[in-house]
Design a protein around this ligand. Structure first.
Ligand code: UD1
Ligand code: CA
Length: 463
C-alpha cells in the first residue's frame, strides 16, 4: 500500500477481464495475451496492487476463466465469474454484490486490457475523484486517433454521456468528438444500487455497457467528472495485435531505460527485452539482441552476450553467457562460462567456475565447482563432481523408455569423448573412462574403465 492510500482505505478495485477479445483472433482470453512474456493482466494487477491489497481487489473473469485463474494464481486478487459475457455493465453488476458485502465506499473499475496503466496514475485519479466529490468519474483521453473507443459527449464543458463509436450517430449527437473514454472509472458505491438495474442493452452490440452509467447519473443530477488525461498513450486499451505490439514496445523501452538509469550496461539497447519481473544489478553487462524473461536475475559483473534467450534463470557475478544460449530455469554460478550455443533446461546448475560449451544440453543436472563439458554433450539427471572433465560427445542415457535414471560422477573423474553412460550408473572419484565406451556398470574410484571392442587389424585380401 502506498502512504497516501489510507484515506481511500475502503476503495475496492474491480478489474474487468471476462471478455474474449475477438479482435485478437486467438483462443486465449485477451487478458492473457502477453507483453515481454507476462500476461496483460499481470501489468494491471501490478498497478492496482499499489492501491489495494488482495482483500480489496476483485477480477471479473469469464472467457477462459480457468486459464486466467491458473496463469495468475490467487495471491493478488479475488476472482468473480461472469458466466455469460453480456457487457462491461453486466460485468460490474455481477461483481457488485461482493464489493457491497465488503463495505467499500468507492469502486475503482479498470478494464483488464489497459496494461500500461500505473499505480501512480490510478492513485492520482482516485484522489481527484474523491476531492471533486464525484459520484461517478472516469478518465478521458484525446489521442491523435480516436479509433473504436467510446466518445465523450459534453455540453458546456460538462460530461453528458459516453457513446460507443459503433453507436455514434452524428445526426443525433452532433459531430463526433475526439475525446474518448479510457475505461477507468471511480464510482461512489452508494449510487450503484440505484443505477445498475436501469442499464439496458438497446445498442448495436446488444450488450449492457458500463458507459451508460454516465447518462443515467447525469439524469439523476449526480456529480459526474470526466477527468482529462490528454494524450497519455499509456492509458489506451489494447484490442488488436497492432495495439498489443505498440504497448509491448513502449513497455520494453521503459524497462530498458529504467535499468540503464540504474547502472546496467546495455549494448544495442534497442533490441534488448527484459521482463518486468527480472532483477538486474548495476554493473551487469548485456548485449542485444537479447531476451531476459520471467524472474531471471543477473548479478553485478555478469555478462550476457547477444542472441541469448533466458527465462527464470540466474547468472552470478563474473559469469559469462556467450551468444546463442537458451536458458530455462537454469542457474549459472559465479565465474562460470556458458555457450556459445548451450541449452540449459530446468534444474541445470553450474557451480562456481564450471564451463559448458557449444551444443551442450543440460537438464536437472549439476556441474560442481570447476567441472567442464565444453563440446557436444547431453547431461540429464546427473550429478557431476568437482573438476570433472566431460569429453566431446558424452551422453547420459537417462531414459529407458519408461523412467528417468540418475548418473553420478565423482570429483576429478575424466570421461573420454563419445562415452555413453547408461543410467542408473556411477563413476567413482578420479576414475578415467576411455573414449567410445558404453558404461553400463558402476566404475570404481581411480580405475580405468573401457567398455568397447578392442581395435584389431586384419590383412586386406588382394583381388
Ligand atoms: C470499452 C468501453 C469504451 C472505452 C474502451 C477503452 C464499454 C461499453 N466501452 O470498450 O468506451 O473507450 O473500453 O479501452 O465499456 N469485459 C468483461 N465482461 C464483458 C465484456 C467485457 O469483463 O461482458 C472486459 C473485457 O475483458 C475487457 C474490458 O471489459 O478487459 C473492456 O471490454 P472491451 O470489450 O474491450 O471494451 P471496448 O470495446 O474496448
Ligand atoms: Ca477494450
Amino acid at each position: 500500500m502506498t502512504a497516501s492510500s489510507s484515506h481511500i482505505g475502503r476503495t475496492g478495485v474491480l478489474v474487468l477481464a471476462a471478455g474474449k477479445g475477438t479482435r485478437m483472433h486467438s483462443d486465449k482470453p485477451k487478458v492473457l495475451q502477453t507483453m515481454l512474456e507476462e500476461p496483460m493482466l499481470h501489468y494491471v494487477l501490478a498497478a492496482t496492487a499499489e492501491l489495494a491489497g488482495k482483500d480489496e481487489t476483485w477480477t471479473v473473469i469469464g472467457h477462459g476463466a480457468d486459464m486466467v485463474r491458473a496463469a495468475m494464481g490467487d495471491g493478488r486478487t479475488q476472482f468473480i465469474e461472469q458466466k455469460e459475457q453480456l457487457g462491461t455493465g453486466h460485468a460490474l453488476a455481477t461483481a457488485w454484490p461482493a464489493l457491497k458485502a465488503a463495505g467499500v465506499s468507492h469502486v475503482l473499475v479498470v478494464n483488464g486490457d489497459t496494461p500500461r496503466i500505473s499505480g501512480g496514475v490510478l492513485q492520482g485519479f482516485v484522489d481527484k475523484s474523491i476531492a471533486f466529490g464525484a459520484d461517478l468519474a472516469f478518465i478521458t483521453l484525446t489521442p491523435p486517433d480516436a479509433g473504436a473507443f467510446g466518445r465523450v459527449l459534453r455540453k458546456n464543458g460538462r460530461v453528458t454521456a459516453i457513446i460507443e463509436a459503433k453507436d455514434y450517430d452524428e445526426a443525433r449527437f452532433g459531430p463526433c468528438p475526439r475525446e474518448i473514454n479510457a475505461g477507468i472509472y471511480c464510482i461512489r458505491a452508494a449510487v450503484l444500487d440505484a443505477l445498475l438495474p436501469r442499464l439496458g442493452n438497446a445498442n448495436k452490440s446488444g450488450e449492457f455497457y458500463i458507459t451508460d452509467l454516465v447518462e443515467l447519473a447525469v439524469a439523476d443530477k449526480l456529480t459526474v467528472l470526466g477527468a482529462e488525461a490528454g494524450d497519455d498513450m499509456n492509458l489506451l486499451g489494447v484490442n488488436t495485435p497492432g495495439e498489443l505490439a505498440a504497448a509491448e514496445e513502449a513497455e520494453r523501452e521503459r524497462i530498458v531505460a529504467d535499468w540503464l538509469a540504474a547502472g546496467v550496461l546495455i549494448h544495442n539497447a534497442g533490441q534488448v527485452r527484459i521482463s518486468p519481473r527480472a532483477i538486474l544489478e548495476p554493473g551487469a553487462e548485456l548485449a542485444g539482441p537479447l531476451e531476459i524473461y520471467g524472474s531471471s536475475v543477473i548479478r553485478a559483473g555478469a555478462r550476457v552476450d547477444s542472441h541469448t534467450r533466458m527465462t527464470d534463470s540466474s547468472v552470478d557475478s563474473g559469469a559469462i553467457v556467450r551468444s546463442f544460449c537458451h536458458l530455462e530455469g537454469a542457474v549459472i554460478g559465479p565465474d562460470c562460462v556458458a555457450g556459445p550455443f548451450s541449452r540449459m533446461r530446468p534444474g541445470a546448475v553450474l557451480e562456481e567456475g564450471a564451463h559448458v560449451g557449444s551444443f551442450v544440453e543440460m537438464k536437472k543436472s549439476r556441474l560442481r565447482k570447476g567441472a567442464k563439458a565444453n563440446h557436444l554433450a547431453y547431461i540429464g539427471d546427473a550429478d557431476i563432481g568437482e573438476r570433472v572433465n566431460i569429453g566431446a560427445g558424452v551422453i547420459t542415457c537417462n531414459y529407458d523408455g519408461k523412467n528417468k535414471h540418475a548418473t553420478v560422477i565423482g570429483n576429478d573423474a575424466f570421461i573420454g569423448s563419445n562415452v555413453s553412460l547408461v543410467a542408473p550408473v556411477s563413476v567413482g572419484a578420479g576414475a578415467l573412462v576411455g573414449a567410445g565406451s558404453v558404461i553400463t556398470k558402476n566404475v570404481a574410484e581411480k580405475t580405468l574403465a573401457l567398455g568397447r571392442a578392442r581395435q584389431t587389424e586384419l590383412p586386406l585380401r588382394k583381388k
